[in-house]
Every structure is written in C-alpha cells, then in structure tokens.
Design a binder for this molecule. Structure first.
Ligand code: GDP
Ligand code: MG
Length: 636
C-alpha cells in the first residue's frame, strides 16, 4: 500500500491484436491463476459471446503482484477496457483511472483505425504509453516496419518497444518490468476526504451490483457511508476488495488504488459510470470532471415472431438491462408486427450484441425493424397541432406506437418546438416540420490501396464528405487513411457490412459523433393495397428515397402471395407515390400454384397459417403472411 509501488495501466489494441491473450499471460506470469485454470480460455472475456466475437463488453480489472528487478513487490492494476467504439465513454473513464497504457500492435497487421482512436484518447489522458509489438512468432511479422509505423502514424518513440508473443509467452517479463520502470505511480493524498471514480459496474447474482472504483484521494472502507454525487444517493459500503482475478476482500482501498465495492445496490441503472463517490459525512469539495450521462443513439423495434413470446421478451430485456444500463426499451405496437419493444442502443454493435444474446441465451425468435438514429424535428406550430396530425395513411389502423416517454423537447430558434424522434412511425405531418436535423459522424478508415476506389464510392453514395486522404506506413504496410464526415443514418444502414465485404475484411473503421446537421430528410411509407404498413416506414434522404422505395416494393412483390385481385404496392412520401409495383391477380384454376406450384409446400403453408392466425395480417382485404414482413425487413 505504498503509493510509489502502485502502477495502474490499461491495454490498448485493435480487435484481434492480442489484448486478451496478453492479459491472460500477465495474470499467469504473476501467479494469479494456474496454467490449468488458464486453459479454460481467456479469463477476462467471461461472457460466451465475448469469446466468440473476440470483443470485451464489460470492463474488468485485475490486480497483479510482481517482484521487479529492484527486489520490491509492485501492485499492478490492469484495467481491461471495452474494445469497441460504441462504448467510447466507458473506455474514456477506464483510461481516466490509469496513468499509463500498453499499446499492443500486431506485428503482421500494423496500426489500425481503432488502435489510433484509443491511443489518441490515451495521450489526452497524459498516459505514459509503452508500445508492445505482439505476435512476433508469426512468419509474416515485421517488427521493424511496425515500429516505423508507430512513429510515423502515432508519433510515439518506438525504439523501446517490447517485442512479444502473447501466444507463446515471449517478452512477458520485459513487459512487466517496462510497466514498473516507465509508467508513473499514481498521485493522491490518503488523508484528504474520499474522492473516487465509479469506473464500471455490473450485476453479480451473488454479490448484487459490483462497482469498480479508482480511489483518487482519501480511503474507501467497509462500513463507510458513501455518497454518489451525480446520482445524489447514499449507500453503505458492505464489501471492499480486488480481483486477482478471483475476488479477494480487503479492509480498504486507498488513494491511487483500483478495486471494487458492493453496497447493497439492486440495479446497475442506479450507478452511473463517471460518477464521483465521496464520504457522506466528510464529502470532497468538488466532483471529478468529465461526468457524462450516456444516451442511446440507435433505435429499432424488436418484435417476437411468435406473439406468445411477448412476455418472455419483456423478461429477457429486463434481465439484460440488469447488466447494461446503457440500453433502453419501451413497449411498442405495430399493426404489421403486433406487440414488441422500441429499444435504444449506444451503436450498431451494441444492438447486434443485445439481439444476439436474446436469440441465443433466451432462445427468442425476433424481428428487428430497420435501425434508426435520433432525428431532431423543428416544428412550426404548437405541440398539440403537430403531434395529432400527420397520419394520413393510418386511418382505420391501430396507432403506430405509443408516444416515446423520453421525448425531449425544447424551443427552436424560431419559437417552434423541437422533438427528438426515435421512431419513423411517430413522424409528425411534413407540413408541420420546419427543419430536420440528423446526427453526423467523423469516420476514419484504413484500407490497402486496391480497395480504395470502391470505398470512396461507398462513402460518396452514403452522402459522405471527404475530409482527408493520406498514405501511412511503407512497403507491405502502406495503407490509405481516409477521413470522412457521414450522416449516422447512412452508416447504421449496413455500411459496416458493405465496407467489410468490398475490402474483403481488410478495411478498418472507427468513428465519433460530431453533432447534428440539417438534412433534406423525408419519411417514406409503404402501402399495400392502399393501406399503410407501419413497420416498413423509414426516414431517408430525399435523394435516396426513390431507390430504397423501389427496392422495397420489388421485394414485397416477390414475397406477398397472389390474390384473386390485383394488389398495388407503393412507396410514398407524404401523399406522393414515388415507386410502385403490382401483383397481378391469379386465375381461379391455378390456385394450386399460388405459392410456387408444389402441393405439399402449399399444404404446409396453410397448416402454418392455421396454427397462428395472428401471423396473417390484413391490408385492405389482402392477407400478408408475416414471413413476408420479416423477409422484407431482413433484406434491409
Ligand atoms: P483481442 O481481440 O485483442 O483481445 O485479441 P485476442 O487476445 O482475443 O487474440 C486474437 C487472436 O490472436 C487469437 O486467436 C489469439 O490466439 C491470437 N494471438 C494472440 N496473441 C498472439 C501471438 O502472440 N501470436 C500469435 N500467433 N497469435 C496470437
Ligand atoms: Mg479480447
């Protein structure tokens, strides 16, 4: 507990460069776990999905004790940070809890977009950065080239970079010694009033909510009454400890230390990352800077394929939220899809993780509506006028959705109102909208030269504004570094998948939000037999509306079975039809062929329909199998 022998550090790496493997090696080398325990796989990635996707969702920290060259034993706190841009704020708090970082770069891949974003943050936090060139065991390893890249691209001195192979255990003691020698000890007065940062929290079935803290000043003890300054709540600390990675209880955590506490807190939502924890009786004068409430930025509807699963979906969402206060949900009903939930996420990957967990861990079959960002609608008139109108196609149909409870409203410059819109179905009448603003991002893309043309075209097609194009690295490591400003709306719409496929996986991508900008945006509606299909509404740029509308009409034409009469399928903006397809009427004598010919297939379909009557939706006398909606939505 001598502060001069504490080192707090995190590991920065692009996905797959070896962060988790290295963390495991460090734990093994310092005796935190045996080789046998280690073979269970990566210790820090303790969720099944994390292991499969190779990303770390929740930050965890491990305390390592290591005897350095000077014969003294040091307390090394390794902070594992979330690996994805969607969790940028959590990453920033983890970094704020450390004095240094290991920068892990794959010796065969070199510096990637995500490495860069994280390293800049680390530099902003005044970290001492120790470059580690990993995977030197690979035949394609080029440590000298990568060193040069670190110097050229990041501007760090790489002459002292540690060469390592986390997989085969090369360079591990060198890394530990470099941490002791090069990363400064924390500073902080243990006699001052308690000031600690809430770095992360998660729900543990045995301990309740566990809170990861970094003590800045003072001492945190068992039995202490503490106050969470931003949340405004007080709690009694009932456990104090650290993870090695097994839990070890301690009498206290003092200035400079990282560890955990529990305080009989039931829900993760009561704890806010970045909050300041202080002593209730002897509080600190000022809270820590940088506290920010995270807000979901991407929304979509989640509906159970089987209407009977609605309650199960609700329960599953509650359970997931126990451990992830950053996603939100509220009930939503759709004429096409029945009852479901409107959910908010920190980003696309976050959405995918939740969706995948619901499918896999909770065994739910789900329909996901097209993801939407948060639009700011500047209205011209009073709220009463604006929200009651605007549903010209919805007469006779159930209302699209319950009004969002967390709608934030304010006054726009011209005296009208501003509404934050999370669901295209809730869009007010276009006549009442003075202006729409959409969120924009700044994206950094790294790519080998051969894919550059295709990527430039993709960005251009998505309304991107090119901000920079330079080449970095040399020889086989040379890559184009592209910066683009893009509307987030265009990115949530399969951008990442497209980028990966046109670059055969070689391009890397990272982004940050840069605020809202005015856009020429419209709500596009889809009508089947002149009736609106709410689940297929989307907000899109006027310039791309027609192409998207045409695509959707063509798909629906393929998916909706023929009837005895003609069925028009239309895409419309306001009252104006922008694309149209027609399903021709079938002749009575070809009934057997209506679902594609084969009699057994037809019988199966009819049986299916009988089983779940709710799965057929009526649109102006047209029965549409729910599968058609699902297929239309899944094709994006
Ligand atoms: P993370 O995404 O940064 O946490 O990366 P992981 O630690 O999950 O490693 C990604 C992949 O690289 C895994 O298949 C590891 O086995 C492999 N890997 C990690 N370190 C090394 C190394 O030093 N050499 C080689 N050859 N492979 C490694
Ligand atoms: Mg990992």
């Amino acid at each position: 507990d001598d502060i001069s022998r504490i080192r707090n550090f995190s590991i920065i790496a692009h996905i797959d460069h070896g962060k988790s493997t290295l963390a495991d090696r460090l734990i093994l080398a310092t005796g935190g776990l045996s080789e046998r325990e280690m073979t269970h796989g990566q210790v820090l990635d303790n969720m099944e999905i994390e292991q499969e996707r190779g990303i770390t969702i929740k930050a965890q920290t491990v305390r390592l004790n290591w005897k350095a060259a000077d014969g003294e034993t040091y307390e090394l706190n390794l902070m594992d940070t979330p690996g994805h841009v969607d969790f940028a704020y959590e990453v920033s708090r983890s970094l704020a809890a450390c004095e240094g970082a290991l920068l892990v770069v794959d010796a065969a891949q070199g510096v990637e977009a995500q490495t860069l974003a994280n390293v800049y943050q680390s530099i902003e936090h005044d970290h001492e950065i120790v470059p580690v060139i990993n995977k030197i065991d690979l035949p394609a390893a080029d440590p000298e080239g990568v060193k040069q890249e670190i110097e050229e691209i990041i501007g760090l001195d790489a002459s002292q970079a540690v060469l390592a192979s986390a997989k085969s255990g090369i360079g591990i003691p060198d890394i530990l010694q470099a941490i002791v020698d090069r990363i400064p000890p924390p500073k902080g007065d243990r006699t001052a009033p308690l000031k600690a940062m809430l770095v992360d929290s998660w729900y543990d079935p045995y301990l309740g909510v566990v809170i990861l803290v970094r003590v800045i000043e003072g001492v945190l003890k068992k039995g202490q009454q503490v106050k969470f300054m931003a949340a405004g709540t007080t709690h009694l600390v009932d456990r104090v400890g650290c993870m090695r990675p097994k839990i070890e209880q301690l009498p206290e955590l003092a200035a400079g230390e990282i560890g955990f506490i529990t305080a009989q807190i039931k829900e993760v939502a009561e704890t806010r990352v970045g909050d300041t924890i202080t002593d209730a009786k002897r509080p600190t004068a000022t809270a820590l800077p940088g506290f920010k409430e995270v807000q979901p930025v991407v929304f979509c509807g989640l509906f159970p394929v089987d209407a009977a699963d609605f309650e199960k979906l609700r329960e599953s969402l509650y359970k997931l939220r126990l451990n992830d206060a950053s996603f939100s949900f509220e009930t939503e009903s759709s004429a096409a899809l029945g009852f479901g939930f409107r959910c908010g996420f920190l980003g696309l990957l976050h959405l995918e993780i939740i969706q995948e967990r619901l499918t896999r861990e909770y065994d739910l079959d789900l329909i996901t509506t097209a993801p939407s960002v948060v639009y700011r609608m500047h209205l011209t008139r009073s709220k009463k006028d604006a929200t009651s109108g605007g549903r010209s196609f919805e007469t006779g149909l159930r209302r699209g959705s319950v009004p969002p409870q967390d709608e934030r409203e304010g006054e726009s410059g011209s005296g009208g109102q501003i509404i934050e819109l999370h669901n295209p179905a809730d869009m007010p009448d276009p006549n009442r909208i003075e202006m729409i603003e959409e969120p924009w991002i700044s994206a950094t893309i790294y790519t080998p030269d051969e894919y550059l043309g295709a990527i430039l075209k993709l960005c251009q097609d998505r309304r991107g504004i090119q901000k920079g194009l330079t080449y970095v690295g040399s020889g086989s490591h040379q890559r184009a570094q592209l910066t683009y400003e893009l509307p987030l709306n265009e990115v949530v719409f399969d951008f990442y998948d497209r980028l990966k496929s046109i670059s055969r996986g070689y391009a890397s991508f990272d982004y940050e939000q840069i605020g809202h900008r005015e856009g020429d945006l419209v709500k596009m509606s889809i009508l089947v037999n002149e009736e609106l299909v709410d689940a297929l509404s989307m907000i899109t740029h006027r310039g791309t509306a027609e192409a998207r509308g045409r695509g959707m009409c063509e798909r629906l034409k393929e998916l909706i079975p023929r009837h005895l009469f003609k069925i028009p399928i239309q895409a419309a903006i306001g009252g104006k039809v922008i694309a149209r397809e027609t399903i021709s009427a079938m002749r009575k004598d070809v009934t057997a062929k209506c679902y594609g010919g084969d009699a057994t297939r037809k019988r199966k379909l009819l049986e299916k329909q009988k089983k779940g009557k709710a799965k057929m939706r009526e649109y102006g006398n047209v029965s549409i199998p729910q599968e058609a909606f699902i297929a239309a939505l899944r094709m994006g």
